[in-house]
Design a protein. Structure first.
Lengths: 357, 554
């Protein structure tokens, strides 16, 4: 039975240090939900509070209608995939997968069938009799996955499960996980620090920083409309440009370093210093705009990445798709950089509040 | 898990009861006896009330304070000579293709595990007044240096204890990343200066740790100085004499001496903590040092010193085993080679043999069970209580067996609990004295074990207590077992506390060996020693098998 997971005002303290700062989340039934953030942001702490391995200093945790704050870890009916897999080294692959079913006192023939099905699903049926030390990292990963979902838990937790794999296997396994989760429909909470992985795998993402949630949204929302400079900087690559805003809300005057002057509609009236965040692919070379010199170019196949040194000293990253670009710009070339103000994000300086629509 | 949320209801779980049980046991069998010793040390015969008379007497009379000086002298020289032998051997063993390296390693460990008093006794057979070698040399008109007195004690201790230095040093040498020495070479350092300026300083903390082990073992050992001291008295012998001598027993003075010797040990331990732990370099050896392949004579000269030392360290055991098949008359003249010594001990001392294995066996069962639980509490349930448990359980490591023996006698020779004279007091002293081996090995093993494996089990619906027994304890077993074998070996060879605690019915092999030697009954002593040596070697082979050759003695 899959469940929704509701967290209200969760608090975790280590002495004086507040690791989780009143976080509330509403994770839908069957959803693939990711906690994303730099190391030390509290994402694993929160996951372990859900699992029951960390004490809860405040707030309420619900699986569906059931409040689980005081339910011991072994009765929470959770499947968990650990960062280092935590395969029982003394048990064979099939015994590892059967472990949780045996704990549930399931009849032997049923266990056998479920284990076989689970191994089939993660495509390691041929390894059933092997011992863990005879498996590669990717294979251990599959055992850990099978062991976690075979018990048909109400919630599946994954703590950076791909971080120990090499780059190619990581991409391959994240597809395996994503497809499997879709097929089983188990509510899944996934922890990672890899923004690309989070964007690829999740239905929704919560971006965390210092024990707080900075933004919750679908991968597309988070990438296209970051709510604050932190999210803009953490997800993908962003160029930040200082600007001055004045004038009315529906046609505010945005002045960038006295070199560009543009107009845009804001969410609300604002006057003063602000910050523009532009993705490398949102910037382009133009005949007018911010003057600068090309410092460096990197050919990356489908696009070319340029590093441009502006005259005021700032460096920008610009991506130009190979198919759209008539010619490669050379190092040392003088050029101008421009962008469409309606596509980038604008934040109030200081508060970081989003101003762009 | 370890942090309890403020205001949350306290729930007594399984581990709570484990902690309470261990604490109560430690309180009764370690704190209470020691408390008694300390109290007794402040009383004296003919003086009413608390007094410092014992301590005053100690520092005034040469008879007493010279024992302390002798102890320190013996320990100091033993440390020095052990280092001079141990470091070069470990360098040769780790850096060169010494012939039969693996066997040499095992033999060095075995010579460490054999009880020093058997070594002492065997050297008496060889170099004593009636010794085999002494006779040979006298026949040739030559004289040999005496084995009795300070020199002999240091000689026996050094051959018995240099393995500590060897083990600690080679562990450190194996963990040096070879790029460290290559960097020194690259910067233009010659080979000898490289060893002096890089290798030695880096492994110095480990060498010091080994020195501490040698020092403590020397300071606490009773059998060797008792057998070959011959008037050269060290502290443990003095304690025994004060407490047990037939003429004038003085339990108050013995207690005061116990306090002094324990203070010495603690002082050394504190010094070690100050010196060593601050200078411990964390090294992650990416590329362990490579073994240099020598050939021909070079290889011979690299191996030869090791063979000499190992031969000397092993010689006492060979001699004892040979001696055990030699029948002699009361005058000591040779009669024949047969099993008469064994038939003699089988008829006269069979109860000692049974007692040794029975007491040690019962003690080991307790040691393993308590050891598993205590290691787990110390490593995984960190907090104030587990810190106290850790310190208390390791405390007997630094106290001489005779001191523990006195403590237990004082504590349990009166109502409500009279244990003195029973088998239980022997077993309890073995448990207390030998459990540190198991706990150390078990907790070291647990530190390297992945804690997430336990969480994975709990997470899959198995309660924490059941997880402990089905997963954790099962996985800890190799670490616990190799520690338990060491506990077992040291139990059967235990002399210093047994000699305080035994009664007619509860005497053991080690006690009998001591008595037979003082009674000049060499043949039976040799037969008994052979039993101990045989059991020790078999047990060590077992531990090598269990740990697949990666035995951790230190």
């Amino acid at each position: 039975m899959s469940n929704e997971v509701i967290i209200k005002n969760a608090v975790k303290r280590y002495g004086d240090f507040q690791a989780i700062n009143s976080i509330s989340l509403n994770i839908k039934e069957g959803e693939f939900f990711t906690l994303l953030g730099p190391s030390g942001c509290g994402k694993t702490t929160l996951l372990r509070m859900i699992a029951g391995f960390n004490s809860i200093e405040g707030g309420d945790f619900y699986f569906g209608d059931r409040r689980i704050n005081d339910v011991p870890a072994y009765k929470r009916d959770i499947g968990m995939v650990f960062q280092n897999y935590a395969i029982f080294p003394h048990l064979s692959v099939e015994d590892n997968v059967a472990y949780g079913l045996k704990a549930r006192k399931m009849p032997a023939d049923e266990i056998k069938k479920k284990v076989a099905d689970a191994l089939e699903l993660v495509q390691i049926s041929h390894l059933a009799k092997r011992m863990p030390n005879e498996l590669s990292g990717g294979q251990q990963q599959r055992v850990a996955l099978a062991r976690a979902f075979v018990i048909e838990p109400s919630v599946l937790l994954m703590d950076e499960p791909l971080s120990n794999l090499d780059a190619k296997l990581r991409v391959q396994m994240r597809t395996v996980i994503k497809k499997l989760q879709h097929r089983l429909g188990i509510t899944t909470i996934y922890v990672t620090h890899d923004q690309q992985e989070a964007l690829a795998i999740s239905d929704r993402i919560a971006v965390m920083k210092e024990g707080c949630i900075m933004q919750i949204g679908t991968p597309n929302e988070i990438y296209a409309k970051p709510k604050n400079p932190f999210v803009a900087g953490f997800i993908g690559v962003s160029n930040f440009l200082d600007c001055e805003i004045s004038g009315p809300q529906d046609n505010a005057d945005v002045s960038i370093k006295g070199e560009m002057d543009m107009h845009m509609r804001l969410q609300k009236e604002y006057h003063g210093k602000a910050q523009i965040s532009a993705r490398p692919e949102q910037l382009f070379f133009a005949t007018e705009g911010m003057p600068g010199t090309i410092l460096f170019q990197t050919f990356l196949g489908d696009f070319i990445q340029y590093e441009v040194h502006l005259e005021d000293g700032q460096d920008l990253i610009i991506n130009e798709y190979t198919k759209d670009s008539p010619a490669v710009h050379e190092t040392g070339e003088k050029t101008h950089i421009s962008f469409d103000l309606n596509k980038v994000s604008v934040y109030a300086a200081g508060s970081g509040e989003v101003l762009s629509v | 898990m370890s942090t309890q949320a403020p205001g949350r209801k306290f729930r007594a779980d399984f581990w709570f009861y484990v902690k309470v049980f261990i604490l109560v046991a430690l309180g009764i069998f370690i704190i209470y006896p020691f408390y008694n010793i300390i109290i007794k040390s402040f009383f004296a015969d003919g003086v009413s009330g608390i007094t410092l008379a014992n301590f005053a007497k100690f520092f005034q009379r040469k008879y007493y304070y010279s024992a302390l000086l002798n102890s320190l002298q013996v320990c100091g020289y033993t440390v020095l000579f052990s280092t001079l032998i141990g470091i070069p051997i470990s360098y040769l063993m780790t850096r060169y293709n010494v012939a039969g390296k693996h066997l040499m390693h095992i033999l060095i460990i075995m010579s460490l595990m054999s009880p020093p008093f058997i070594g002492a006794y065997s050297w008496i057979i060889m170099l004593g007044r009636n010794g085999i070698i002494t006779h040979m040399f006298t026949a040739l008109g030559l004289s040999v240096p005496t084995i009795y007195g300070m020199g002999g004690i240091i000689f026996v201790f050094t051959l018995n204890l240099f393995p500590y230095i060897y083990l600690y040093t080679s562990a450190a040498m194996n963990s040096i990343d070879s790029s460290l020495e290559e960097a020194a070479e690259n910067l233009g350092m010659s080979k000898l200066r490289r060893i002096w300026t890089v290798t030695l300083p880096v492994i110095l903390p480990s060498i010091l740790a080994g020195c501490i082990m040698v020092f403590m073992t020397c300071l606490a050992d009773f059998g060797t100085p008792m057998l070959i001291g011959q008037g050269y008295t060290v502290l443990p012998v003095l304690i025994y004499n004060e407490y047990m001598s037939e003429s004038a027993t003085n339990p108050y003075m013995a207690s005061a001496l116990s306090v002094i010797i324990v203070l010495c040990s603690l002082l050394v331990l504190i010094l070690q903590k100050q010196l060593v732990e601050k200078k411990n370099y964390m090294m992650s050896s990416m590329r362990p040092p490579v073994e240099t392949k020598l050939h021909g004579w070079k290889r011979f000269w690299a191996s030869f010193p090791i063979y000499v030392v190992v031969f000397l360290a092993f010689l006492p055991q060979i001699v004892v085993v040979c001696q055990s098949f030699v029948e002699r008359n009361f005058g000591g003249s040779f009669i024949g080679i047969n099993f008469s010594n064994y038939t003699a001990i089988a008829s006269r001392l069979s109860s000692n043999i049974i007692n040794t294995y029975l007491f040690s066996g019962v003690a080991i069962v307790f040691i393993v069970i308590i050891g598993i639980l205590a290691s787990y509490v110390i490593v995984r349930k960190k907090g104030k209580v587990s810190g106290i448990i850790d310190t208390l359980i390791m405390f007997p490591y630094v106290i001489p067996g005779s001191v523990l023996g006195i403590g237990l006698i004082i504590a349990f020779n009166r109502k409500p609990v009279i244990l003195v004279g029973t088998a239980w007091i022997m077993i309890i002293s073995y448990i207390i004295r030998k459990i540190p081996y198991t706990v150390r090995s078990g907790s070291a093993f647990l530190y390297q074990m992945d804690p997430y494996v336990e969480e994975a089990s709990i997470n899959l619906g198995v309660s924490p207590m059941k997880t402990f027994f089905t997963v954790t304890a099962r996985m800890m077993l190799p670490g616990i077992m190799s520690g338990a074998v060491l506990s077992w070996i040291t139990c059967i060879n235990e002399l210093s506390s047994s000699i305080m605690l035994y009664s007619g019915k509860t005497s053991t092999i080690a006690v009998a060996i001591y008595q037979e030697v003082t009674r000049m009954s060499d043949g039976t002593a040799a037969a008994l020693s052979t039993i101990l040596i045989g059991t020790t070697i078999l047990s060590l082979i077992l531990v090598f098998r269990l740990s697949k050759g990666k035995v951790k003695i230190i």
